[in-house]
Design a binder for this molecule. Structure first.
Ligand code: HEC
Ligand code: HEC
Length: 343
């Protein structure tokens, strides 16, 4: 065989097998897990360059973006907890000011169309403006942020390299941040490995029983493989008297949307406590106890996928918990690509 044809043949077969295994071919190339739905955002190297991703990462971890340079995105979105915070029920921002909601985990955002607990933000690149300017979060103004970035030689060079011009605009800052946040893909938990039928990985009897219970009682709202279908639902929590958060109603004004919240993903749920939009539960056991015994049948907002407490035995509660732990993806939580950037 002609040497060149042979080499071509070898490289095609390498590419094909890498594709089949879902191995990222380049450092910056993101592989979309097989059998997953199509993402809502472009994850190809056309939309996310290595330098764009790294710029977004630096911005995400940079407290300089907040008014007094004390708060970065990562203050409320810590990697090892699935990019949420664990020390408060609701978020704490600048000067210790409290927000009214629990910071959601930032996982597989590229599959979302609407953001925030009430879906009040409809584009990932628009989302960043919120925390940057929110008085209880980073409390800065966009012109001031652009001024600081322009005055920083390193940022100026990096924006130039990514976008081809030295001018730094809000749109570019938002785009760079989203190159990072869109890349936060978690798809390598034990659950994923079992679903991919990887060698040497299997559910224990307890985990399998938990999966069956999950598919019986939970999957209608927490659909696999993302563990949410991104719909607005009520799981029957009593209204929190402190915030009286109306959820989706605040955005649409439709009575039927009262107290509905975006169903959160359950990936890495072991580490993303506290739970629910107001962080009312610190332990997964409490969450399971809610579904098992505490759902109020008379709650007129309760979504029809649940029609009251599901009554799980002690053993079933433990099995379900064991299954939820299989959604932990250590590779994601400790991926050095997502951590504080070292210069
Ligand atoms: C003071 C804490 C705090 C800071 C700082 C913060 N966030 Fe958030 N983040 C939150 C809270 C709380 C929400 C939920 C808001 C809501 O539902 O109303 C949220 C929601 C989000 C979401 C939507 C997630 C989803 O699934 O809907 C994204 C994306 C996000 N933040 C990214 C960022 C970025 C990027 C920064 C930095 C520019 C940042 N956050 C800074 C607390 C914070
Ligand atoms: C009717 C749809 C629905 C069903 C069925 C459902 N959930 Fe949920 N789940 C939700 C909604 C909505 C939230 C967020 C509620 C809020 O914050 O007010 C949620 C939140 C959660 C959370 C907290 C996640 C976080 O990050 O804060 C966990 C854990 C959870 N559900 C587990 C389960 C389990 C386990 C089952 C089955 C026993 C289940 N869910 C069944 C709709 C549902």
């Amino acid at each position: 065989m002609n040497r060149w044809i042979f080499l071509l043949f070898v490289s095609i077969s390498v590419l094909l097998s890498a594709y089949r295994l879902g191995i990222p071919l380049l450092h910056s190339e993101i592989s979309i897990p097989k059998k997953w739905p199509k993402p809502n955002y472009d994850l190809s190297s056309k939309a996310i360059s290595e330098e764009g991703f790294q710029l977004g990462r630096s911005l995400f971890y940079d407290p300089m973006l907040s008014r007094d340079s004390t708060i970065s995105c990562a203050t409320c979105h810590l990697q090892y907890t699935g990019f949420t915070h664990v020390d408060h029920n609701v978020s704490h921002g600048i000067d210790g000011r409290k927000g009214t909601r629990n910071a959601p985990a930032l996982i597989n955002l590229a599959w979302k169309k609407l953001f925030h607990w009430d879906g009040g933000v409809n584009h990932i690149e628009a989302q960043g403006i919120n925390p940057l300017t929110h008085t209880a979060e980073m409390d800065n103004s966009l012109p001031e942020i652009l001024r600081r970035l322009m005055a920083n030689e390193d940022y100026q060079k990096r924006f130039q390299r990514v976008y081809g011009t030295s001018e730094i605009s809000t749109a570019k800052v938002m785009n760079a941040l989203s190159q990072f946040t869109r890349s936060l893909i978690s798809a390598n938990s034990k659950y994923d490995q079992v679903m991919r039928k990887e060698k040497g990985v299997a559910f224990s009897e307890q985990e399998r029983s938990g999966l069956n219970l999950f598919r019986q009682h939970c999957v209608a709202c927490h659909q696999e493989p993302l563990f949410t279908a991104h719909q607005f639902k009520s799981n029957g929590l009593p209204v929190d008297p402190l915030f009286n958060d109306l959820g989706r109603f605040a955005i649409t004004g439709n009575e039927t949307d009262s107290f509905l919240f975006m169903v959160p993903t359950l990936r890495n749920i072991e580490f993303t406590f506290p739970y629910m939009h107001d962080g009312r539960f610190r332990k997964l056991k409490e969450v399971i106890a809610h579904y098992s015994e505490k759902i109020d049948k008379e709650n007129s907002h309760l979504s029809r996928e649940l029609n009251g407490p599901i009554h799980l035995s002690d053993k079933e509660q433990k099995d379900l918990l064991a299954f939820l732990y299989t959604l932990t993806d250590k590779q994601f939580l400790y991926n050095p690509r997502f951590s504080f950037p070292k210069k």
